[in-house]
Design a protein around this ligand. Structure first.
Ligand SMILES: [Zn+2]
Length: 162
């Protein structure tokens, strides 16, 4: 279950993908159901008005294929998205596997820049991919390359919508 934390303990953003077919329009409600099945749970008492209908989702944000940024857990609740590093990180999940829409790339960039913005109360020093903490390939693109290129979309990871 998520536990309360101080925002000053957060220093890392970790990017994930949902590992579903690219372009399939899954939602944060789907992710919430999958995480519930895996036994995750939120502590809704930490922020009773923050998305109380989502009782399990382990991420702080999910970015859907239309570029909508859906809030999951509040930042002052620990996530459930990376073994051993949930206390100090923010989890962001892109719906898809390794190709994401332009709207998703734009939303991800805006969200990350907002979280990194000086004076917002957060002190984030790194933006990483889940693969840096596990043997998984998640989120399916090179997060270091992406960050070093000012968070612009990576050519081979853009979903072309017909
Ligand atoms: Zn992941």
């Amino acid at each position: 279950m998520g536990i309360r934390r101080k925002l000053s303990h957060i220093n890392t953003i970790i990017i994930h993908c949902a590992d579903v077919p690219n372009g399939r329009a899954n939602t944060i409600e789907d992710v919430d159901a999958w995480h519930r099945q895996r036994g995750f749970s939120r502590d809704i008492s930490i922020a009773p008005k923050h998305q109380p209908q989502l009782t399990a989702v382990g991420y702080h944000f999910v970015i859907e294929v239309d570029g909508c940024i859906r809030p999951g857990r509040p930042l002052h609740e620990t996530g459930a998205h990376v073994s051993g590093h949930n206390l100090n990180s923010i989890g962001i999940c892109l719906i898809g596997r390794d190709q994401f829409t332009q709207e998703q790339w734009s939303a991800l960039r805006a969200l990350v820049l907002m979280l990194l913005h000086p004076g917002n109360g957060l002190m984030i020093t790194q933006v990483n991919g889940h693969y840096e903490y596990s043997s998984k390939t998640c989120p399916g693109f090179d997060v270091i390359e992406w960050a070093s290129n000012n968070y612009q979309p990576i050519m081979g990871n853009i979903l072309e919508v017909q």
